[in-house]
Design a protein around this ligand. Structure first.
Ligand SMILES: Nc1ncnc2c1ncn2[C@@H]1O[C@H](COP(=O)(O)OP(=O)(O)OP(=O)(O)O)[C@@H](O)[C@H]1O
Ligand SMILES: [Mg+2]
Length: 219
């Protein structure tokens, strides 16, 4: 049997290895995110004010508080431009990487859809789809009206991504300035994703609508 001091030493070593791993995956995650979105961390947005700078209704702020404790498979952050969706997506996902101790990816929707067609950094399109499908935490930033010219292949890839992530219980955070439902101005997110993908998303979803003023131009 191991002596108690040796057991304690092993436990210390394991804890140190774990915190080094967590630090490394947090740093690797943050390195993928544009600097502008990294200006506000979770403690400032949430613990400090509890209303994310006044841009969320009380119910939506509560929904995000619940999500931080028990994340659903999908989190949708929607609302007009400049209201802080990408900033919130970063703060929340960075927090998840730390608390779940799992790696994350942060990608703009446009870059992701392009890589579904052409691959990325030496990875084939199929590999890229597999990488995004497997990432334990994935942020798809700004899935929006700019993406409605998707090719059939991109649509199929997006469907496959959402289906795989749903089936494997992965955490996916999507920001968008589209509404959920179709409006006079055109399709909503539901139409963009397609009915089958929307069913997956709706199965385990937290939704927060950012409808305060735009933060842009305040600085
Ligand atoms: N809670 C906040 N308090 C103060 N400033 C904020 C807050 N959230 C975001 N900002 C700042 O507001 C600006 C816009 O935020 P962000 O880019 O996250 O908005 P967005 O909703 O993603 O916009 P878009 O729809 O154009 O992508 C950024 O400079 C960001 O640092
Ligand atoms: Mg944004």
């Amino acid at each position: 049997m191991l002596s108690q001091t040796r057991q304690a030493r092993i436990a210390d070593q394991q804890a140190a290895a774990r915190s080094a791993y967590t630090l490394a995956i947090r740093e690797k995650f943050a390195a993928q995110v544009p600097r502008e979105y990294r200006a506000h961390g979770i403690s400032e947005l949430f613990e400090g004010t509890r209303d994310w700078g006044g841009t969320l209704s009380r119910d939506d702020a509560l929904a995000l508080a619940r999500y931080l404790k028990r994340p659903t498979r999908f989190l949708l952050l929607v609302g007009p431009t400049g209201t802080g969706k990408s900033t919130a997506a970063y703060a929340i996902s960075e927090h998840l990487v730390g608390t779940l101790e799992q790696p994350g990816r942060f990608v703009s929707a446009t870059a992701m859809l392009t890589s579904f067609s052409f691959g990325h950094e030496g990875r084939s399109a199929a590999d890229v789809l597999a990488d995004y499908s497997d990432a334990p935490i994935l942020v798809i930033d700004d899935l929006g009206s700019g993406n409605d010219g998707m090719s059939d292949h991109q649509k199929r890839s997006l469907w496959s991504l959402i289906d795989a992530r749903w089936a494997n219980g992965r955490h996916t955070i999507i920001t968008s300035n589209m509404s959920i439902k179709r409006t006079r101005d055109g399709d909503g997110l539901r139409e963009l994703l397609g009915e089958s993908a929307w069913d997956r998303v709706g199965d385990s979803l937290t939704l927060a609508t950012f409808d305060g003023r735009s933060f842009r131009g305040e600085r």
